[in-house]
Design a protein around this ligand. Structure first.
Ligand code: MAN
Length: 394
């Protein structure tokens, strides 16, 4: 009822029937949204500042004519004849710069998010195909390991035979050169003991010779092991190894490394298939990424699908997302002295890339931080804000 307007009684919930202190009364219908006025009679009434050069703003009517300049155009204090400095142009310019930056980040973030989604699609959509490929790779490498191990055995036997042959040739040459071919067993024995004691590789070499001799004589091999040389000088000179043996060892090592690489990739893919990467799997590229942020005396290190740390102190392991993928929770960190296990809640904000900031510890050993990531960008925000729709928090 028109009679209820400005009757100093608050009829409407939003106070629009009581624009008592308004300089322009726009009320056409009672409780209309077009009543852009403050309302003295209503505690929740609002006053609209035009703020030319900046953006329109609602303030609680209680702030009108209270001696404090709330609106940048000073319109809230006009009736009080208070001189307010008009700061709208300055505020508007700063706002426009910030708004341009916000749009730039939102656009870059939305673009990066599309790429994140594509990466996830490429990795996850054909996960079964990729798994089959990796399984085949792993199995082929496994067969190669068995084959290379067989070749290694042959190479070892060949190297042993070569070494024995070489040793006996050398022995013959040495005896000839030293004119010891006709020496007594005692003399030769003394020389051999001396060699085993003083020459690196002498003892194993002499063992080999003893083996050959024993085999020739048909002595049981186990007895050979009982020969105790005065000093065991172990032979480890890889460079002295038979080249065939070295090549066979290298192929076994390469085949084993291929097998373990393929197995690792397979395990990682299986692990990824079981994780929650959010809507359109946009969080997929964050798995395996880590970001650092230095604040005060600490460096904070957050790996979105891994753990959060304060230097070397574990603040928590990734537990999951908070409501609507707006936060990430890290729990079960290192226990706080006389307190709970540390934990961290990371707020997710749209950004062109991952950056960590604003670490806080609002309650002892419970940490908060902000992580920007394209994963939460929404291209609807990559548009200029309709200034007239902005309503300040009251
Ligand atoms: C360390 C840090 C702090 C924490 C105290 C609790 O100094 O982890 O963040 O508040 O321990 O004793």
């Amino acid at each position: 009822m028109v009679g209820q307007v400005n009757d100093d009684y608050c009829d409407c919930q939003d106070g629009s029937d009581e624009p008592g202190t308004c300089k322009i009364i726009l009320v056409v219908h009672i409780c209309s949204p077009s009543s852009l006025c403050c309302a003295a009679a209503c505690s929740n009434g609002q006053f609209y500042c035009t703020n030319e050069g900046f953006r329109g703003q609602y303030i609680p009517s209680s702030r009108v004519v209270d001696g404090v300049c709330d609106c940048c155009d000073g319109s809230d204090e006009e009736l009080a004849k208070k001189q307010c400095i008009n700061t709208c142009d300055e505020a508007g310019a700063a706002w426009r710069v910030a708004e341009a930056e916000r749009i730039r980040v939102a656009e870059a973030g939305a673009k990066a998010k599309l790429d994140y989604i594509k990466q996830a699609q490429a990795a996850l959509d054909d996960a079964e195909g990729a798994k089959a490929k990796l399984t085949a790779q792993r199995d082929a490498a496994k067969d190669k390991v068995a084959e290379a191990e067989g070749e290694l055995e042959t190479a070892k036997a060949q190297a042993d035979a070569n070494a024995l042959q070489q040793h006996s040739n050398d022995a013959r040459e040495v005896l000839k050169a030293l004119d010891l071919a006709g020496s007594s067993a005692d003399d030769l024995g003394a020389i051999l003991v001396q060699l085993a004691r003083t020459v690196k590789g002498g003892a194993p070499a002499l063992t080999k010779l003893a083996e050959t001799a024993a085999l020739k004589r048909g002595v049981e091999e186990k007895n050979i092991g009982h020969i105790v040389w005065p000093m065991d000088v172990s032979e480890d000179a890889a460079s002295a190894k038979d080249p065939g043996l070295k090549a066979a060892e290298a192929s076994v090592a390469a085949a084993k490394s291929d097998q373990s690489e393929a197995q690792k990739a397979l395990d990682a893919l299986q692990d990824k298939q079981g994780k929650d990467y959010g809507p359109q799997n946009a969080f997929f590229p964050l798995d395996g990424k880590c970001v650092d942020f230095k604040q005060a005396q600490y460096t904070y290190h957050v790996c979105p699908y891994g753990s959060a740390k304060q230097d070397h102190t574990l603040l928590g392991n990734f537990e999951g997302f908070g409501e609507n993928f707006s936060t990430m929770r890290f729990t079960n960190g290192q226990t706080c002295w006389n307190g709970p296990a540390r934990s961290m809640t990371v707020k997710l904000v749209c950004g062109a890339e991952e950056t960590l900031s604003s670490v806080d510890e609002p309650s002892k050993c419970e940490y908060t931080a902000t992580l920007t990531t394209p994963a939460v960008c929404d291209d609807r925000f990559a548009k200029p804000i309709d200034v007239e729709l902005v309503k300040d928090e009251l």
